[in-house]
Design a protein around this ligand. Structure first.
Ligand code: FAD
Length: 436
């Protein structure tokens, strides 16, 4: 997405950039794969919920206006209960003792003077009180961010976690049909080919060189070296390579910058894809799992995003099992997680003994979600400062190192290309002045 954003911006200036990708396919994290007998799985559940009309239009044009518009339905699983999302607005149906304790805490917390917020734990306690914080978001944090709320900052929150009023909490506890308040209400998804179809019209904007894994960058000689032996020069370099990989590739990278890049934490993910001979698996598009004895953190149901994502009458499930090089390293093979995922799907009742599994596979995603731990801000400032000094533009989720969705990654690529062009123009002007 970021690479295509950069190419889109450069093309507007009449430049067709060379785009290198280590994979044998384009699309990075937005790729979609087809598995027999006709299941389409994205690399993690991908939906477009951007409110930016320009990006909505670009994506829509890319699929010739052939997309689904769907009202989102999200729910949660906690100790055998299935509350709607977000749980803080849908306490109805949870055990009475839990509901009473959550509301009592919530009231007590709201009466206290606001204390300093030094980390995500402070924010959770101030927002929800200790019972809810511990039972839901803190537990989820350990599964999704692989660290504790005490070790996390709050600069990633934005609209992601809703801070309700007392009235909203009470309504959600009394009534089963309280309003659905979430930062995503509707989403769009291509009718054919999975999420990657949104890139179709961008492909001609670059000269794409697949199977080119960058292994070395010499910023002074302006040379790139790839693992297949190719060496080439560049005028402008815009990189969406994950920072912990990019920095050690740079010839002459100083020790403090290498050390800072090592501190940047990211989750990795095993995605387990399952196709089943039944489509009525769930009525939610995604479900969040809090219990630490359930191996997956989130489930998506790709057949509900487009009917063309699965053969007629069948359904599909994608499970996300999280790890992190820094906090919980992954060992073994992705396929080792297929049977544990199936067992937990049966345990929570989503799969029945009578279901026939038509397709099963697993893949490992080295980079998934940026972890906003307390090391991130200082380490990132060091790394970005170094790249700025070298004139290497960075972009995307793993270049900006932020919690970015596809539209934000695309725009980040556009912005990085724009900044690189400005820099190039300034240096050409300086050279001309020296010659004169
Ligand atoms: C599980 C999951 C679910 C998500 N769900 C959504 C969603 O529902 N909606 C949404 O909008 N966003 C979602 N996102 C976010 C979205 O995937 C990202 O914002 C976006 O895809 C990032 O694009 P990017 O170009 O920055 O990074 P990438 O897609 O990672 O692109 C980087 C590219 O660099 C290449 N590369 C890396 N190293 C090298 C090297 N050494 N040499 C050459 N090439 C290299 C990679 O192969 C890749 O093609 C999700 C992300 C994850 C992980």
């Amino acid at each position: 997405m970021a690479g295509f954003g950069a190419a889109h911006r450069l093309q507007a200036e009449g430049i067709t950039p060379v785009m290198y990708d280590k994979n044998a396919y384009y699309g990075g994290h937005t790729m979609s794969f087809r598995h027999e007998p006709g299941f389409v799985f994205d690399i993690g559940p991908h939906i477009s919920f951007t409110k930016d009309e320009r990006i909505q239009d670009l994506f829509a044009e890319s699929v010739d206006q052939l997309y689904e518009t769907i009202q989102i339905n999200l729910n949660n699983y906690w100790r055998g209960y299935w509350p709607q999302h977000p749980v803080q607005l849908h306490l109805h149906g949870l055990p009475e003792d839990v509901v009473v304790k959550v509301i009592a805490d919530f009231v007590e917390e709201r009466q206290k003077p606001e204390g300093p917020i030094n980390n995500y734990n402070d924010w959770l306690l101030a927002s929800f009180g200790p019972t809810f914080a511990e039972l839901f978001p803190k537990q989820y944090t350990r599964k999704y961010h692989l660290t504790t709320a005490e070790n996390m900052s709050t600069d990633w929150l934005g609209p992601r976690i809703y801070r309700p009023s007392l009235e909203e909490v009470l309504r959600g506890a009394i009534s089963a049909s309280s309003p659905n308040i979430h930062y995503i209400t509707h989403f769009r998804y291509p009718q054919q080919g999975g999420f990657v179809s949104y890139l179709q019209k961008f492909v001609p904007s670059g000269d794409i060189q697949l199977n080119h894994e960058l292994v070395s960058v010499d910023p002074r000689a302006r040379l790139l070296t790839f693992s297949n032996g190719t060496i080439c020069s560049y005028d402008l370099l815009v990189s969406s390579v994950p920072l912990p990989d990019l920095i050690p590739m740079i010839v002459g990278a100083p020790r403090d910058v290498l050390e800072a890049a090592r501190k940047l934490a990211c989750s990795s993910c095993v995605l387990v894809n399952i196709g089943v001979d039944r489509e009525d698996i769930s009525n939610a598009h995604m479900t969040y799992f809090y219990d630490e004895d359930i191996c997956f953190t989130r489930l998506g149901f790709p057949h509900m995003l487009s009917p063309n994502n699965a053969p007629k009458g069948t359904g599909s499930i994608q499970a996300e099992v999280y790890f992190s090089d820094k906090y919980k390293p992954f060992a073994g093979q992705p396929r080792d997680w297929i049977e544990p995922v199936i067992a937990d799907l049966r345990r929570c009742g989503l799969l029945r003994d009578s279901d026939r599994i038509l397709c099963r596979n697993a893949m490992y995603l080295r980079y998934a979600n940026i972890i906003f731990d307390l090391d991130r801000a200082a380490a990132l400032a060091t790394v970005h400062g170094y790249l700025d000094d070298l004139g290497i533009a960075y972009c995307g989720r793993y270049g900006d190192w932020g919690y970015m969705w596809t539209d934000e990654s695309f725009k980040s690529g556009e912005k990085a290309a724009g900044a690189a062009l400005t820099r190039l123009a300034a240096s050409q002007l300086r050279q001309r002045a020296q010659v004169a």
